[in-house]
Design a binder for this molecule. Structure first.
Ligand SMILES: Nc1nc2c(ncn2[C@@H]2O[C@H](COP(=O)(O)OP(=O)(O)OP(=O)(O)O)[C@@H](O)[C@H]2O)c(=O)[nH]1
Length: 309
């Protein structure tokens, strides 16, 4: 059984990369997806289920730390019930990939690649976050995504910067001190479409990493998660304009909003995607639940962030 881990900060394009590549390259394969969301209600799972049916969603916590047991149990169940050929794990934007890699190794699953998606346009806004750096340092395939939104010059300096971070934050084998991912590749993409050979296993991570589990649990590979999230369920009778008004007035400490809404004047449920000031909507006709928005940011107040009349 093979697996790929997709990591990368909030809103960089992980779900988009998964959807686009699975649609393109894996029509004939038995694929399972495990998606871990930072928020207590999953949006990505709903979107992925729309494209691919075998999706396990692990929400309300992080599979790289407090939910690692749940993650391993979930993966075992997927294997037992569905027996996929390939498992893709989309980590939450606040997870670090290396503990997940170790969990997969524990389960005897071969990890072919750890793919870190970087938001080329918004990298400056989050590059100082320790988790973001470890996501780069703990990956062997780095994807500079959203390059349609930046100039060639910016892209060149971004690549240089990412290489420097990669060298500095490379994960080391704590027993031998050696760099674990000796080789890595950088791709530049729009909407995350990668070349087919990545998924053929040519980047297979075959290093055998002998690290005692307690080192993972004491947090050697983890940084603190400095984000919090608030979920807001919306009443039934709001209009698209109400939502638009709210979303055009978002304070700086909120850098990610996701949700699914059913506005009274729009016939189809809409997925709301807001990252670092960019807002987009897409249709999700299959959604039957309540309208909600998840706000992710720092120093979020406990009282409601938005008010609808
Ligand atoms: N212009 C442009 N937009 C993109 C690209 N890739 C993704 N997006 C948009 O960026 C937003 C976030 O994409 P997602 O795929 O949901 O990001 P994510 O990393 O899964 O987000 P989290 O799971 O919240 O961390 C969506 O509105 C996407 O349509 C790209 O290459 N170019």
């Amino acid at each position: 059984m093979h697996s790929f881990i997709i990591t990368g900060f909030l809103g960089t394009g992980k779900t988009t990369l998964l959807i686009n590549n699975i649609k393109k390259y894996f029509k004939d394969k038995k694929i399972a997806i495990v998606v871990n969301e930072f928020g207590e209600v999953g949006v990505d799972g709903q979107i992925l289920k729309n494209v691919y049916s075998e999706v396990l969603e692990i929400s309300e916590g992080c599979i790289c730390c407090k939910l690692s047991a749940e993650f391993e149990k979930g993966v075992k169940e997927i294997i037992k019930d569905y027996n996929p050929e390939i498992i893709f794990i989309e980590t939450s934007g606040t997870s670090e990939p290396f503990p997940i890699f170790l969990s997969l190794q524990n389960l005897g699953i071969s990890v072919e690649g750890i793919i870190c998606v970087i938001d080329a346009k918004n990298f400056n806004s989050y590059k100082d976050d320790a988790t973001a750096k470890y996501q780069i340092g703990g990956s062997n395939i780095i994807v500079l995504n959203k390059i349609d939104l930046i100039e060639e010059k910016q892209l060149e300096s971004l690549e240089k910067e990412v290489r420097e971070i990669k060298e500095k934050y490379n994960i080391k084998n704590i027993l031998t001190g050696e760099v674990i991912f000796k080789n890595y590749v950088i791709y530049k993409t729009k909407f995350g479409i990668l070349p087919k050979e990545i998924f053929d296993g040519i980047y297979k991570i075959d290093e055998i990493i002998k690290i005692a589990q307690e080192n993972v649990e004491t947090g050697v590979f983890q940084s603190k998660h400095n984000f919090s999230q608030r979920i807001i369920y919306l009443p039934d009778n709001f209009s698209f304009e109400d939502i638009d008004k709210i979303l055009s007035n978002i304070p700086n400490n909120i850098f990610r909003i996701k949700g699914i809404i059913k506005a009274k004047d729009v016939p189809t449920p809409l997925v709301v995607n807001y990252s670092f000031g960019d807002l987009s909507f897409s249709e999700l006709p299959s959604y039957e639940g309540k309208s909600f928005l998840v706000f992710i940011g720092s120093n979020l107040e406990t009282k409601n962030i938005i008010k609808l009349n």
